[in-house]
Design a protein around this ligand. Structure first.
Ligand code: NAD
Length: 436
């Protein structure tokens, strides 16, 4: 089957490459010529483990191609996926759907064969109705249907997630679209990945409900971590103790500096806006958004405390290890590192940083931060070192070397990757999240 993927970012490129790997004939379309040029040259515009190999091998086999020309890209495609960004709209936090609707308009101008248009972008309830309206008003002479197929992949594990999903959600009331989508995902169906067919509006809401629930889980354990610090308990044991309960589940119970990334912050906000618009407020999610926002800056204060408080911190230097919102990605969107660096700058603390993949995207977002070539260069002369992202590269630091380089051996471990007793035994003042 020929598939067109409009938008070749994290989701579009991974999905397109995986569909090609399943044997479909895929064209990835993007309006960014630099992105398409680099993809044609075999250079990945994003960092995602395994992606370069997958893209290159499928491009070589002729099943995966790239273009900026939407009309040519969608010609003959039975399924046209929309995978463009839906960032928070400036001013009110609603999802900005202008990219989605612009693509729908363009499809309406150029569609010359029967096709199912599938929204893979995360979009609020009712967006599919609007896409359908745009296409209907284009006066198309061909048959079309609009389906919702939200994507649940995680950056850093995107290919495996796409190929082995917990479930595939497809929302459409149209039987033809349903059977075509079954064909698209048949290789996964054969792998026994469950497919859940729902109404289009239900499918749109499932994506937001899933992300909001995960954000609640993370925020819950973060608040438990704060309580642990006050009462002298250990949050990692609390996580284990509750996570072993099958009704709760162990995932997304790692205390840390607050969630960030390209999805949870904007999706929780967009859900709040939808809920407000429909007069069904989601108070739990409202609280989660507030708590998480406050937490990121509070982590900056935690570092300042480790430096001896506000007065002592002024003029000191901190090394930040890890900038991306999680490891194995270069994505800096809403990373806690940004709020922490700002809090430190406000307190007159100088920051040197190192991240294995994120520095290029981080630099413009953190203008005062000095980017270094490796962890030890960032640590050199620092009064405190803070682990913000749990990259594997930071899990086995040479502590003798670190101690020798630092002005004072102070480690703030916001990801709980070290054993407090071991680090303290090496002469460090050590603080972490939710452990004494
Ligand atoms: N990143 C994730 O982990 C993830 C996971 C699940 C769902 N999602 C959702 O998927 C959607 C895409 O996210 P992303 O992270 O891949 O975004 P992205 O910003 O990485 O990619 C979007 C791409 O769309 C392109 N684009 C914009 N307008 C276009 C147009 N008119 N024609 C062609 N291309 C156009 C942009 O140039 C960009 O390359 C969002 O709705 C997001 O919420 C993302």
């Amino acid at each position: 089957m020929k598939i067109a993927m409009v938008g070749s970012g994290y989701v579009g490129l991974v999905s397109g490459a995986c569909f090609a790997d399943f044997g479909h004939d895929v064209v990835c379309i993007d309006k960014d010529p630099a992105k398409i040029d680099s993809l044609r040259a075999g250079i990945m515009p994003i960092f995602e483990p395994g992606l370069a190999e997958l893209v290159t091998s499928n491009a070589r086999s002729g099943r995966l191609s790239f273009t900026t020309d939407l009309a040519a890209g969608i010609a003959g495609a039975a399924a046209i996926f929309i995978a463009v960004g839906t960032p928070s709209r400036r001013g009110d936090g609603h999802a900005d759907l202008s990219f989605v609707y612009a693509v729908a308009e363009e499809i309406g101008q150029h569609l010359t064969n029967d096709a199912v248009v599938v929204t893979k972008s995360t979009v609020p309830v009712g967006t599919g109705d609007e896409v359908e309206r745009i296409l209907s008003e284009a006066g198309l002479a061909v048959k079309f249907a609009v389906a919702s197929n939200p994507e649940f992949l995680r950056e850093g594990a995107a290919i495996d997630d796409f190929k082995h999903p917990d479930r595939i959600v497809i929302g459409t009331e149209d039987e033809w679209a349903r059977s075509l989508m079954r064909e698209v995902y048949r290789p996964l169906f054969l792998n026994k990945s469950p497919i859940l067919f729902t109404s289009r509006r239900t499918s749109e809401l499932i994506k937001y409900a899933a992300n909001a629930f995960l954000a609640v889980k993370i925020t819950f354990i973060n608040e438990m971590a704060d309580l642990c610090e006050k009462v002298g308990a250990d949050v990692q044991d609390v996580s284990r103790g509750i996570g072993m309960d099958g009704r709760i589940g162990a995932k997304f119970l790692h205390a840390g500096p607050g969630y960030g990334g390209s999805c949870f912050p904007k999706d929780t906000l967009a859900l709040l806006k939808t809920a407000e618009d429909y007069d069904a407020p989601t108070r739990i999610v409202e609280a989660v958004v507030k708590v998480n926002d406050a937490r990121k800056r509070a982590m900056g204060r935690k570092v300042i405390d480790a430096l001896g408080g506000t007065d002592a911190a002024r003029g000191k230097k901190v090394a930040m290890l890890g900038l991306t919102f999680k490891p194995n990605t270069d994505d800096m969107r809403d990373s806690p590192a940004i709020a922490i660096a700002l809090a430190l700058a406000d307190a007159g603390v100088a920051v040197a940083a190192y991240d294995p993949e994120g520095m290029e995207l981080a630099a413009p977002l953190m203008p005062g931060v000095e980017m270094k070539a490796n962890a030890y260069a960032a640590i050199d002369g620092a009064d405190a070192c803070v682990i913000v992202t749990e990259w594997d590269a930071f899990r086995a630091l040479d502590f003798a070397r670190v101690k020798g380089l630092m002005n004072a051996p102070v480690l703030v471990d916001l990801r709980n990757i070290y054993d407090p007793a071991e680090v303290r035994a090496m002469g460090f003042a050590y603080s972490s999240v939710g452990r004494v």
